[in-house]
Design a protein around this ligand. Structure first.
Ligand code: PLP
Length: 226
């Protein structure tokens, strides 16, 4: 199957999940995670009509960005981000999905200021509590997000999580549900620096459940690009 066919199949599954859960399809965006593939495939993804591209390594972003012809789409950083790598991706990625510590926020803020742009970020949350996963535990969120208010070049647009890989799709539901509950709770703070209107959750194995539980950005790799 080519990318366009795979995408059509995914779109149908998203539409059905929206129908089941009363969601508006326009509220849901697909980020094509292209970390497994080269720029030829990224071109195919863009031609299929997707424009959100997700990568998880600063080096790959630099390399692929150079090779790709215009328009290159809108790029998202979805992996663990080391502070010393921010300088390589900050001018290319519009969104960062993995903000999980103040030292990283400080570095993003400094380099974003130099570029005169505000970076929309998701705070990564480790709902499942697996030690192998990055992200804050939910109880740390209120003070962390409040502290992000001191960084003028960071806008906290939402929360991000990953469900444990080994779970069956249906078993991921409580993870996504809990992220939604935290979103609603934290939105009551009405922070101007943290509207928290978005939820980045759902991958190839579990995106329909994530849609049903309120995802607005799905991060799809293998289901889309093989
Ligand atoms: C690789 C990756 C994805 C995509 O995973 P698939 O299971 O291939 O869809 C999504 N989010 C993050 C953070 C990733 O690293």
């Amino acid at each position: 199957m080519n990318i366009a066919d795979r995408l059509q199949h995914i779109q149908e599954r998203i539409n059905q999940a929206c129908t089941r859960s009363g969601r508006n399809r326009d509220d849901i965006h697909i980020v094509a995670v292209t970390k497994y593939v080269d720029t030829l495939i990224i071109e195919e993804v863009l031609q299929a009509g997707l424009h959100h591209i997700g990568e998880n390594k600063a080096q790959d972003i630099m390399h692929k960005w150079e090779q790709l012809s215009e328009p290159k789409g809108t790029w998202h950083f979805v992996g663990h981000l080391q502070s010393n790598k921010v300088k390589y991706m900050i001018d290319k990625c519009t969104y960062i999905h993995s903000l999980d510590r103040l030292s990283l926020a400080k570095q993003i803020n400094k380099l974003a200021q130099a570029q005169h742009k505000i970076i929309p970020c998701f705070v990564q949350v480790n709902i499942s509590g697996e030690s192998s996963k990055h992200g804050l535990s939910p109880v740390e969120l209120p003070s962390f997000i409040e502290a992000l208010g001191s960084f003028d070049y960071i806008q906290v647009i939402g929360l991000m999580t990953m469900a444990p890989h080994e779970l069956e799709a249906e078993q991921t539901r409580p993870v996504f549900h809990e992220l939604k509950v935290w979103q609603e709770k934290l939105q009551q703070e009405n922070w101007s620096h943290a509207p928290l209107s978005e939820l980045s959750m759902g991958m190839s194995n579990d995106f329909e459940i994530a849609v049903e539980e309120g995802a607005t950005f799905l991060r799809l790799g293998s289901a889309l690009v093989g």
